[in-house]
Design a binder for this molecule. Structure first.
Ligand SMILES: [Zn+2]
Length: 447
């Protein structure tokens, strides 16, 4: 039988070279059966392209032999920079730390660096909080942004560090930025999987997971909501989507969970690469969140701002269980998104010179949109936490509940709404009813 090397010789059009280590990126037509085939066989699917309707996987030559024996149509694809690994200009864990220290020394009044926990190898996972009165916990809605659950996705810390740089350097100069920083609490984890990224730079440029026992755990399959429920992860330690021994077994996962529980963000963005898509919960077919007010409609707006395609993981890719956004939504009513930056033409390691600025600029309107939403039509305030536990919201005059919101442990609440008129009921030991409230900007009830 003709193997893939034979096929190469037989004249398949190559767009690049096979890269070192007996593995390569291979491109296939994006069909439901191909998605399923790659997933069922637990191959390392790296991205999709909804412009060209293609799907890519990172395969060893024996895996490719196996696929070819199925008579599958294949198209080889070799993003230019995969051959040599990532450009040196992309950041490593030490450079992230220096960057944060440097920003904090320039803007000490609006920034704070916090360690949210330690990685398996003992590195501090750093977050930067950006806000006025930054050392106080004010009654302000929070946005959480994190990058690099997956170690090889080197463009993602560029988005988060650009965001930090942009917000701090424009504060007090640009009224939009000043309003965001004064009116909200912005938390950025510029690089989450520090151990994995170190390994990516020193040992294996295609490394994805953390470094648990040498094989690693896929941190974005390790969260407790829906952990191991829909074949959306693997029990095999060698798999790129190995979910770990137990829900939240990894210290990195635990650190993220503690932070989210403490700051109760209204929105989250987790940056990944690649595919140019915006993913919202849930990861398991056919689950969907209620769409009317929040997750899907804002996700579609966000996607439009950056010209990416929105959907759930199972609509755009395949089932994924144990992901961070499902957990954030289920446990802490966060409105959370995964944004997969860059296309199949750029892959994991695009030329820094050619793609870094383009990619961060393209993504700015995405996170900016969520900051605007935090200061747009919404109910925000703080009530007596001993007397009230939840808020029910109805479209004015309509008896079906639009949304039931759990009041935060400190009594605060932040409910993003479409402009319109609502009936609002605060419930608990006491009940307070507000009828036909017009919500076209931030509406506050404190009692
Ligand atoms: Zn990823």
């Amino acid at each position: 039988m003709l193997n893939w090397k034979g096929i190469l010789l037989a004249g398949v059009i190559l767009t690049g070279q096979v890269f070192a280590g007996d593995s390569m990126i291979v491109r296939f037509d994006l069909t439901d059966s191909m998605k399923k085939y790659l997933k069922v066989n637990d191959f390392d699917v790296t991205g999709v392209n909804y412009q060209t309707m293609e799907i890519e996987a990172h395969l060893t030559s024996s895996e490719l032999d196996q696929i070819i024996s199925q008579n599958t149509t294949i198209k080889f694809s070799f993003p230019e920079s995969l051959v040599a690994g990532p450009d040196i200009e992309y950041k490593n864990p030490d450079e992230i730390e220096s960057f944060l220290n440097e920003v904090h020394s320039r803007y000490p009044l609006i920034t704070e660096i916090k360690s949210i926990g330690r990685t398996l190898e003992g590195r501090n996972i750093l977050a930067m909080k950006i806000s006025d009165n930054v050392r106080e916990d004010e009654v302000e809605p929070a946005l959480l942004v994190n990058a690099m659950h997956h170690a090889r996705e080197v463009m993602t810390p560029e988005i988060t560090t650009d965001m930090i740089e942009y917000l701090t350097s424009h504060y007090g100069k640009n009224s939009e930025v000043t309003n965001w920083v004064n009116g909200t609490e912005i938390w950025v984890i510029p690089m989450f999987n520090l151990d994995g990224n170190n390994k990516m730079w020193t040992e294996d440029s295609m490394w994805r997971k953390n470094t648990r026992n040498g094989h690693g755990v896929d941190l974005n399959r390790n969260y407790p909501s829906g952990w191991n429920t829909c074949n959306g992860s693997s029990s095999e330690t060698y798999s790129q989507s190995y979910r770990g021994e137990a829900p939240a077994s990894e210290p990195e996962t635990q650190a993220m969970m503690r932070l989210v529980a403490a700051i109760k963000p209204v929105f989250n963005i987790s940056y990944h690469s690649y595919s140019e898509i915006v993913i919202y919960p849930f990861g398991c077919r056919p689950l969907k969140t209620p769409t009317e007010e929040a997750v899907e409609s804002i996700g579609a707006e966000l996607a439009k701002k950056i010209d990416y395609k929105p959907g759930t993981a199972w609509e755009l890719l395949y089932n994924a269980d144990g992901g961070d956004i499902d957990w954030m939504y289920t446990e802490h009513q966060v409105i959370p998104y995964v944004i997969e930056v860059n296309s199949t033409f750029q892959g994991f390691h695009p030329s820094f010179k050619k793609w870094r600025d383009k990619t961060v600029l393209r993504n700015r309107p995405g996170w900016m949109h969520l900051l605007n939403k935090l200061q747009g039509p919404s109910l925000q305030g703080r009530v007596d936490k001993n007397e009230f536990s939840q808020i029910k919201i109805f479209k004015a005059g309509n008896s079906s509940v639009t949304q039931t919101y759990k009041i935060n442990p400190d009594g605060s609440y932040y409910i993003i709404l479409k402009p319109g008129n609502y009936d609002v009921i605060f419930e608990g030991i006491r009940t307070k009813v507000f009828s036909n409230i017009s919500v076209n900007s931030i509406k506050t009830f404190n009692f």
